[in-house]
Each structure stands twice: as C-alpha cells, then as structure tokens.
Design a protein around this ligand. Structure first.
Ligand SMILES: C[S@@+](CC[C@H](N)C(=O)[O-])C[C@H]1O[C@@H](n2cnc3c(N)ncnc32)[C@H](O)[C@@H]1O
Length: 296
C-alpha cells in the first residue's frame, strides 16, 4: 500500500500525538490551547452530520461541501451510529461482554456506548478514548457521575501507550474478554501510520473471547460509488488532513487475528438490522463497511 497524501495535522490545527502526550490526562482539566476553533475537526464534523450542536461554522462548511458531493451522508452517518449501538447491545446483552473500550468515541450522541451497554448490564464498564480536546471536555462532563464510565485522552495509533494509561489499565481487565470498538476511526490513520499494524497490536493484547467492532470508509468497486469516494477523500484530505477510503480487502485485513462473525463485513444497514427495511438505501450508504470479529 502506498502512503496517500494528507495534510500535516499540526498545520491543520489538529491535536497531534505529541500534544496529547504532553497534557496526558485521564481525568485532568482540558488544556484550552489545544482547542482550535479556526480549523475543522473530524469529531465536530461528525457531530454536525448527526445533527448535534457541538460544532462551529468551520466544521459545518466542510459538511456542506461533503453533502454537495454526496447528499445522503446524513442518512449514512445516522445509519452507521445505529449500527455501532446495535453492536454494543448485541455484545452486552447476547454475548455477555461487560467491558467496552470505545476508541475514537467522538462527541456525545443521542445514544452512547455506556448508555446502551449499561442498560443491558448496569455493571458494564466503558472507557472512551479520543484525541480531540472537545471530546475530552464533553466526555468528562457527560460521564462525571457514573462510576463505571471513564475517559482517556489518547492517540489510538500508539496502542501500547494507550492501553497502559491509568483510565484504561485500572478499569479494563485485559485478561478477560473485552469489546474494542473502532467506529470510523482507522480511516483517520494513514497508510504511513500502518493501520493494520495498529489493529494487530490491539488484537494481540486482547484475551480470547474478546470482540472487535470495526467500521471504515469504503471505496467500492462500482464506478459511480468509487468516483464519489474519490471526491470525498480529496475533500476530506484537503479540509481535515485525514480520511482515507479503503477497499474491501484492505478493510477485511483490519480483522486479522479474529474471526469475522455473521453477517460478515457489510454495509451498516445490512448488519443485523432491527427489522425489515422500510426505505431503500441511498448511495452514500455504500461508502462504509462494518463488521465484528471475535478473537478465538
Ligand atoms: C468519524 S468519528 C467516529 C466517532 C464514533 N466512533 C462513531 O463511530 O460514532 C472519528 C473519531 O475518531 C477520533 N480520532 C481520529 N484519530 C484519532 C487518533 N489518532 N487517536 C484518537 N482518536 C482519534 C476523532 O477525534 C473522532 O472523534
């Protein structure tokens, strides 16, 4: 795989790994110097797509440009979020997983991992991880009074460091099965940062019987969808400095070391839907693949 172009995250106003390490903090106060409101952020653009209020004009401008390329992106983003919550419910309720590591958790949405998991099992432990300072700030506010829910401000591309952080090491028992969520995160890891190596390190650290849930921007083979994917990727790299679409084979390889469970790597809407499909899919729903793998 070649390293596709991106924009220097520091220049874009992103929190870089070095910044994150410098202010590490599992529970410490937000360093406002890291909050750059002049440049768009992935977490805030995602929030805008989900209809949230934690975003700025600069984020909404990127979302508007993306919607011009693919008007169904709001539907596809909501569809993806619903998939992630179905996975959490399935793992907490049906499989009995009681520890969740939600990596690149994003800004709080109408339903979040701890709400879904703790509805099934009030003792379920959830640790959220993100490197966006606004997510850090909101995560702490949202979770302040829940003993089983924690937040780690960390860079997901450094698994060993991340897993050793106090919020994770103290609350997640890696000798027992864990659900590790990577919802639309690895698309923000460039080929040069080796997303497959990153995932392999996480999988190696998990106990047998653990699950990984991974979703990723997809570059489908069909020409029309592939063209939209290429246009969106160009836009994201220009505006956000990140956002790589990958093909099915590349996304499948992110599950190495696990067995992909039924129904396989699918569009979000096709992964164990809650009921019969009442509306036909919009083209944007072809631009993401989702799956769940079990470590044997
Ligand atoms: C597209 S959002 C997805 C949010 C949520 N996982 C979901 O699926 O609804 C991607 C999230 O990953 C976070 N992220 C991207 N790169 C990261 C990194 N290197 N370390 C930690 N978080 C990262 C972003 O800040 C953002 O909140």
């Amino acid at each position: 795989m070649s390293d596709r172009p991106g924009v220097d995250p520091v220049r874009r106003g992103w929190t870089c790994s070095r910044d994150v390490a410098a202010v590490d903090s599992t529970t410490g106060p937000l360093d406002m110097r890291l909050l750059n409101t002049r440049s768009p952020s992935v977490a805030r653009c995602f929030d805008a797509l989900l209809g949230g209020k934690d975003n700025y004009a600069v984020d909404r401008a990127v979302v508007d440009a993306a919607l011009e390329v693919s008007p169904g992106l709001v539907t596809a983003t909501v569809d993806h979020r619903e998939w992630l919550m179905r996975v959490v419910r399935y793992l907490a309720q049906n499989v009995g997983i009681d520890q969740f590591l939600d990596i690149g958790s994003g800004l709080p949405a109408p339903e979040n991992t701890h709400q879904v998991a703790q509805r099934a099992n009030p003792d379920a432990v959830v640790v959220y991880v993100d490197h966006d300072p606004m997510v850090h700030s909101h995560g702490q506010a949202l979770l302040a009074d829940n003993d089983h829910t924690h937040f780690a401000f960390a860079d997901l591309t450094r698994p060993a460091e991340l897993l050793a952080m106090p919020a994770i090491a103290r609350n997640i028992d890696l000798s027992r099965p864990v659900a590790l969520l990577q919802g639309a995160t690895l698309q923000h890891v460039s080929d040069g940062q080796r997303p497959h190596r990153v995932m392999a390190e996480y999988v190696a650290a998990l106990a047998p019987g653990s699950y990984v849930a991974v979703s990723h921007l997809h570059r489908p083979e069909e020409a029309a969808h592939a063209e939209t994917a290429a246009r969106l990727e160009k836009l994201m790299l220009a505006e956000l400095g990140t956002g790589w679409f990958r093909d099915r084979e590349e996304i499948t390889a992110l599950f190495d070391g696990t067995e992909i469970t039924e129904p396989g790597l699918t569009r979000a809407a096709d992964w164990w839907p809650d009921g019969p499909r009442l509306r036909s899919l919009v083209p944007a729903q072809n631009l993401l693949l989702c799956g769940v793998g079990r470590k044997p």
